[in-house]
Design a protein around this ligand. Structure first.
Ligand code: SF4
Length: 115
């Protein structure tokens, strides 16, 4: 028996999957779809921060442009821990891209005036 918490909506149903693949506990079909996707290939939107140079703050929040395999999240976070991007950055700008992920700024950061 495996139990997953559905993250599709705030209700957070605890959904049980038995050894025969029977699914119980989902209040709606979206939860069943969530479980099937999770069992086949688990993906998440990556949200993190990236260092910024010359901005009014030191880091900028970013998110991946599409869901990323959970198996790759740790490697991606490790890769981007060493990068920094120059200010100014506008919300929606692509601040990093490689074969696995494209990271988009989720807020704007203007340039610091004393730089
Ligand atoms: S199964 Fe349906 S009601 Fe329950 S958390 Fe998932 S989406 Fe929400």
């Amino acid at each position: 028996m495996k139990i997953l918490t559905c993250i599709v909506c705030p209700v957070g149903c605890k959904i049980k999957i038995d050894e025969d693949g029977n699914i119980q506990g989902a209040r709606c079909d979206r939860g069943v779809g969530f479980v099937k996707r999770e069992l086949l290939s688990s993906e998440r939107i990556l949200t993190t921060t990236v260092k910024i140079e010359g901005g009014i703050v030191r880091v900028i929040p970013v998110k991946s442009s599409r869901p990323v395999s959970k198996n790759k999240l740790r490697d991606i976070v490790k890769r981007i821990s060493n990068i920094s991007v120059p200010a100014p950055i506008n919300r929606g700008d692509v601040v990093y891209e490689d074969n696995d992920v494209k990271l988009v700024a989720t807020r704007s950061v203007p340039e610091r005036e004393d730089v």
